[in-house]
Ligand binder design. Sequence first.
Ligand SMILES: Cc1cc2nc3c(=O)[nH]c(=O)nc-3n(C[C@H](O)[C@H](O)[C@H](O)COP(=O)(O)O)c2cc1C
Length: 325
Amino acid sequence: MKTRITELFGIQHPIIQGGMHYVGFAELAAAVSNAGGLGIITGLTQRTPELLANEIKRCRAMTDKPFGVNLTFLPTVASPDYPGYIRAIIDGGIKAVETAGNNPQKWLPALHEAGIKVIHKCTSVRHSLKAQSIGCDAVSVDGFECGGHPGEDDVPNFILLPRAADELKIPFVASGGMADGRSLVAALALGAEGMNMGTRFIATQEAPVHDAVKQAIVAASELDTRLVMRPLRNTERVLNNAAVERLLAKERELGAQLKFEDIIDEVAGVYPKIMLEGAMDAGAWSCGMVAGLIHDVPTVKQLIDRIMAEAEATIGQRLRGFAAG
Ligand SMILES: Cc1cc2nc3c(=O)[nH]c(=O)nc-3n(C[C@H](O)[C@H](O)[C@H](O)COP(=O)(O)O)c2cc1C
């Protein structure tokens, strides 16, 4: 399948694996790229730029296809060494960067000079237009369904994607709630030129996380996610568990008085415990409503081949059948 997204990133299928903290290691990124999509290493999961440089090398040893790096610009005071991470990305010969969080404008000249294409993750049309105006090459439009940070506007993809299509000139992928060939065809119909998946890629053989995480996603339904940190305007969609129940109880109790320090036990530093050790109640971890559509743990190649076969059959048979009728 050929779209502006496959052309931009030099990939076979219009499928991107979004950056995911403590999930987006070289093994997953390489598997996605080897299967014809765009795999993404999560930059900040590597604690230093040197470790990121090493992770890029590891990934390159596992694939000769293009892969990218996610750089999330956090709203924190103690900022990570972003110049160092940017240097590691450029020196590592990376050609695709997924930015997220704060405005990436400051870093675009260096990235573009190195021939890197930048796709910025946005949860609103407003932010997507801003990304376009500062020179981003593409946008990943994240609807309210998404795992992770859906923003504060709560607009689901059935509205957000066609709104983005009406306004944007640069290509965009649909992100949030994407799981299968039906998702891809719907995303294309609504104006996107591909899709980005997070949660679906965790439940794959190659995702280097504890099996308990994959089984929790398979067991979950579309009713099992919760929104946390809304009072802090840092909303995150997570899978419900004991820690999330505790966190939500504190939010109810403290109301507008809630501070980050009040919930630090439930959210800070919990990812290694959950993703690597399988301590499923250790804290709040991002997960999309799309868990309700995930029933198996295939290899990445089986998943992507199945998505493409289903998408092509849906377009060629189901939709063509309706059009002919
Ligand atoms: C466990 C997990 C961790 C994530 N970590 C990040 C991150 O560090 N940076 C980022 O930009 N997005 C992160 N995301 C968001 C994903 O890249 C993607 O946008 C989102 O999962 C799409 O929604 P879906 O889960 O419905 O596919 C994370 C998502 C999950 C599920």
